[in-house]
Write a protein that binds this ligand. Structure first.
Ligand code: AGP
Length: 594
């Protein structure tokens, strides 16, 4: 749950490391640090944001170094717990992302052998193990050290006597950026895009020796080759491009993202969908596993797949599936994860494979851990999502699930044709919502005064209520609850007051009339009601205090337009409250711990 970087080359390492760390801040930001090779190993770190660390640094002409931005798991954010961690001699420095399961045992053993520990972290055992095994060859010392470790890691180690970076990976992402007379290492691609668009992805078990002119990998002691890839994203795509925050930039990218997601899967001439995955699977039901926003996409997917393809679908929160004794018969398991690195989802994916299920991964990140485990992979092609709050990746996940359902739909060619036509129209519909940004921003300013808010809906929009509430709580820190509209009267009614706004998400489907009844019940408790409703629905005006308008679409696609309206609402509410929108407190983009 951290970001790590490394540099070896001809430039001054310090500004490169700081720049790369800034691009990884979404992975954690409670403390940070760098280590530079010069006369020895120099470490600068603290429980501060990267900008502060940068201000406190003196110029340094070192050409080799490593850096880290942390999201605390073992020990509070503090200078001593910040990475890099060093050995007793101060010559070895290590940055690490992941969790060392047996660190207490290793720490006890190393302490008994004379090593002194200065932090509460699991990571600190690594430099001490390297020190223990170092005989003049850092690669060999790292290789030996990781034999003693159980758990997950991506790490970079340096030694004062050697101008090289040693990298290792197990169940935690790591990439190499290939440059001209320089090479970089990072947890994620956006970190290196200022320097190169050529990258290599480490596989689990890989150990690499990175020098300014060379990159070499071994696995189980044998040399291995890793392919070089060109990154299809420009640096501009990974930047804010003039917007105040990545989140609002990413919300505005959604028309293009939707087109990207369906491009290549919809034939220009025939009403056909080709996902390029196996079609001959023998299964009677589907299980979708995911966390957070991806879980909400899965819940929408259940409605769509059951309706169009008439296949029973169960959706489990990945972390809960890991403890269930469920019996999976002929089940097709789909794991949805934007990052492809979420530890709960990875464990669920592995469990599904162990149970003999065929697995499909729906993800955004090429080369991510999930893509190496799943039997089939579908990329949502949303581009890099920097804001911790997922927006465009959620919409792209929905589009992919529509495609999946439509590809398996037992509908006639004409119906499939009209569904595809509707899908093709979605980018224009999204533009219509974005045109209403100003009105939604005004509503956000009003909401910002409140401390509690409910989101309610029925049917296919119930997951949208959950997602609207998640977005609101994570970026504005307002206590927000998503509820099935019919459930409010079973308890939460007790919380309704004139100071508790309720957002009612509507669609003109078979849920509409009953939802109106629920809205009347809520109004009778004097809570202000804001409806999200389609253009032309005049009826709704009679029952609510304010209407956020969205364009008219087939109700099956209403989760797309309704969710985008709620993304904007959450964004402008949080902005009014002056929150740290792209990097909310206590959160990180990629949750690589269980
Ligand atoms: C939502 O805004 C969050 N970023 C979070 O809920 C996220 O969706 C969850 O952690 C799952 O991440 P994943 O899709 O990368 O697996």
């Amino acid at each position: 749950m951290c970001g790590i970087v490394g540099y070896v080359g001809e430039r001054e390492a310090q500004p490169v490391l700081i720049n790369c760390l800034k691009r990884l801040e979404y992975r954690g930001y409670d403390s940070c640090g760098i280590a530079l090779l010069g006369r020895g190993t120099e470490v600068y770190k603290g429980a501060v944001r990267i900008e502060t660390l940068e201000r406190n640094l003196q110029p340094n002409d070192s050409r080799t170094g490593i850096g880290h931005t942390r999201w605390a798991t073992h020990g509070k954010p503090s200078e001593s717990n910040a990475h890099p961690h060093t050995d007793c001699s101060g010559k070895v420095a290590v940055v690490h992302n992941g969790v060392i399961d047996n660190y207490l045992q290793l720490r006890e053993q190393l302490t008994s052998e004379g090593h002194t520990f200065r932090s509460e972290t699991d990571t600190e055992v690594i430099p001490h193990l390297i020190e223990k095994y170092y005989r003049g060859n850092l690669e060999q010392a790292v290789s030996r050290a990781i034999v003693d470790i159980t758990g997950a890691y991506s790490l970079i180690a340096i030694h004062a006597d050697r101008k090289e970076l040693i990298v290792a990976r197990k169940e935690s992402p790591l990439i190499i950026g290939i440059g001209d007379k320089e090479n970089l290492v990072a947890s994620d691609v956006p970190a290196v895009l200022d320097y190169t668009d050529r990258v290599m992805y480490l596989e689990d078990g890989d150990i690499g020796v990175i020098t300014k002119n060379d990159v070499k990998f071994t696995r189980n002691g044998k040399k291995v080759e890793r392919a070089e890839h060109r990154v299809p994203w420009s640096i501009e795509e990974a930047q804010k491009a003039g917007y105040d925050h990545f989140m609002i930039k990413e919300i505005h990218e959604q028309p293009r993202v939707i087109r990207n997601t369906f491009a290549g899967h919809i034939s220009a001439l025939e009403p056909e969908i080709d996902l390029g995955i196996r079609r001959d699977l023998d299964f009677s039901n589907i299980l979708i596993l995911a966390c957070g926003t991806s879980y909400h996409a899965a819940l929408v997917g259940k409605h769509v797949i059951e309706r169009l393809a008439q296949i029973p679908v169960r959706v489990d929160i990945a972390s809960e599936f890991n403890y269930s004794d469920t019996v999976l018969g002929k089940t097709w398991v789909i794991v949805i994860t934007q990052s492809g690195e979420t530890a709960d989802s990875m464990r669920a994916l592995k469990k599904a494979k162990e149970l003999g299920c065929h697995t499909l991964v729906i993800t955004n990140v090429v080369g991510s851990s999930a893509t190496r485990i799943g039997d089939d992979v579908l990329y949502i092609k949303a581009g890099p999502e920097i804001s911790v709050a997922a927006t465009k990746s959620f919409i792209a996940q929905l589009v992919m699930l529509y495609l999946l359902a439509m590809a398996r739909a037992s509908v006639d060619v004409r119906s499939r044709g009209s569904l595809i036509a509707e899908l093709r129209q979605l980018p224009n519909k999204v533009h219509e919502i974005l045109d209403r940004e100003g009105e939604i921003a005004e509503r956000g300013k009003h909401l910002a005064e409140h401390e509690n808010v409910f989101f309610v809906a029925r049917g296919i929009n119930f997951p949208v209520a959950l997602e609207g509430a998640l977005k609101m709580k994570e970026i504005s820190y307002i206590h927000a609850e998503g509820y099935a509209a019919g459930e409010l009267k079973h308890g939460p009614f007790a919380l309704l007051t004139p100071d508790t706004p309720v957002i009612a998400i509507t669609a003109r489907d078979n849920t509409y009339e009953t939802l109106l009844v629920n809205i009347k019940e809520i109004k009778a408790r004097e809570s202000p009601v804001i409806a999200v409703a389609e253009e032309g629905d005049d009826e709704i005006e009679k029952y609510v205090d304010f209407v956020i308008r969205v364009p008219k679409v087939d109700p099956m696609f209403s989760p797309v337009v309704n969710s985008i309206a709620l993304q904007l609402l959450a964004y402008y509410t949080a902005k009014e409250r002056g929150c740290s929108i792209d990097t909310p407190r206590n959160l990180a983009k990629s949750v690589t711990v269980e």
